[in-house]
Every structure is written in C-alpha cells, then in structure tokens.
Design a protein around this ligand. Sequence first.
Ligand SMILES: Nc1ncnc2c1ncn2[C@@H]1O[C@H](COP(=O)(O)OP(=O)(O)O)[C@@H](O)[C@H]1O
Ligand SMILES: [Mg+2]
Length: 279
Amino acid sequence: MAYLDIKSLSVSARSANEIVKIVDGVSFTIDRGEIFGIVGESGSGKTMTCSAMLSLLPNMMSVSADKMTVADTDLLTSSPSLVRGKLISMIFQDPAAALNPVFSIRSQINAVLKRHTTLTSANRKQRLHQLLSDVGLPDTQRVARSYPHELSGGMQQRVLIAMALSTGAQLLIADEPTTALDVTVQAQILELLKSLRERLGLTIIFISHDLAVVSQVCDRVAVMRHGEIVEQGDIFTVLGNPQHAYTRALLASRLGRESARGSLSTVAVSLLEGAKADD
Ligand SMILES: Nc1ncnc2c1ncn2[C@@H]1O[C@H](COP(=O)(O)OP(=O)(O)O)[C@@H](O)[C@H]1O
Ligand SMILES: [Mg+2]
C-alpha cells in the first residue's frame, strides 16, 4: 500500500462571480522513504496541492478529492491538529520569514517540542541539541543561543528543518526550500535532505520550479501545469525521455542555448549525469 495516496484532488477558488480550479484532478502516490518531486512554473498549483493536504488553504478556497490518505490517516476527515506537525511538516522558501525574529532558536524549538511532545524540560534540552546536530549544525550551543538574524540563510533553513522534524512528523513537504539560497548552500541542503531520508526514513515531497534541482534529489517527479499533472514517473525516464511538450519546454528553458545542440533527450541525460557528478 502506498504511504501517501491522492486521487483526483481539486482546489477551487471562489471570486465575486466565478469559481476557478486552481488544482484540477491531481493524482499521485508516494511510497515510504521516497523523495517525490513536484515541478512546474510559478503559479502552476504546486504549493496549493500541498497546502490542501495540511488544510492550509486561504478561506476562499475549497478542496475535493476521491482519496487523500497518509499511512492510515484520512486527510479529508481528520482534524488539522492531528495532521499538521504530527504527521506532516512543511518548510518554505524563505527561512528568514518563517522564523520569529524576537526569539532565540532555543526558545522557538523548545516551544514546538512543548506543544508536540511529552518530554520533560531536561529531555527537551537534550532533544534540541540532538535535532540541531541531526541537521548538520556545528556548535549546537551557540546556534541554540542565537537569534535568527545572527545565522546565515543556509543555517536558518537547517534550523527550520530541525523544527519540522522536532514534531516527529514522518512526511516532510519542502516547498522551494533552496530557491532563496546561493548555489553552494543549495547543494548542501539537498544533501541534507537525502541524508535525513537515509538516517530517519523520512518521506519527502520536494517542490521546485527547477528540473535540474529536482533531478539531484528526487526518485520520482510529477510535472504540473495550470493545476494539472501533465506527466509523472521515475526521474530518469521523465527527464531522459519527456513525453509532454511542457516538460520538454521546461528542460529547454533550464538548458538555455545548449538545447540547440543535439537532441533534447541526449542533453537531458547529460544534465542528469552532470547533476550526479556534483554529488
Ligand atoms: N492566496 C491566494 N488567493 C487567491 N489565489 C491564489 C492564492 N494563492 C495562489 N493563488 C492562485 O493559485 C494558483 C496556484 O498557486 P500556487 O499553488 O501558489 O502555485 P505555485 O506554488 O506552483 O507557484 C496561482 O496561479 C494563483 O492564481
Ligand atoms: Mg509555490
């Protein structure tokens, strides 16, 4: 049985006199321990697809689906308080905006641990340092004492990943987690996500507008356009032999002028090989 199973998920937005389908009949499954990519240009519905799973949609939007389950939990009928954090955690593009500037890292993670666990104060302290070290932050004492502005963007994103893990959630949704970071730091965060999957058995949904980034981290990918999945499958198949014109266009735009040399699929395969060589 699939760990995550979504069938015909739609999100509709009501405006003054019309109803617009923002997400239109999206279906996919994810196995436990997989990293599943959702890729598409800005506005294609990637964030709303995942926000629907967490009941985090704006008021004027409504959800319908034939099925939406994680493990044995039905996301359509469960109370959001049993899903958010407990089952699914989400991290976003801009780590600085997601952290509260007036509280130290220690007090922000401690607040999450208090809400989501039954740990004693002493055990919370221990867990805090374990979490910060799990996400590859050196000198956890210093980081715990710090305020968000004292940390780099990459360190802030690591702190948010630690916070997302602190609830015990087994499914992590990473929504463009590296878009605001420079290329070197981006590569380090991608490595961290892969290692967390290995070490903690996490299942990850990785959202990006960039196929090359997705190719570095995902096992399978769904390509979204105008609220629909136009193509999905194994990352090597989708990039090496894209079936849909939109996937080819995404690849071509990523590759720029290089796509003019030789056939696109050859270029796509070399893109994948290049991405592997960076590992
Ligand atoms: N808060 C909102 N209110 C109204 N419409 C929205 C809102 N957020 C997003 N949308 C609409 O939903 C569509 C999909 O948005 P989103 O899922 O955020 O796209 P993506 O994450 O792929 O960039 C957008 O084209 C936009 O028109
Ligand atoms: Mg988005």
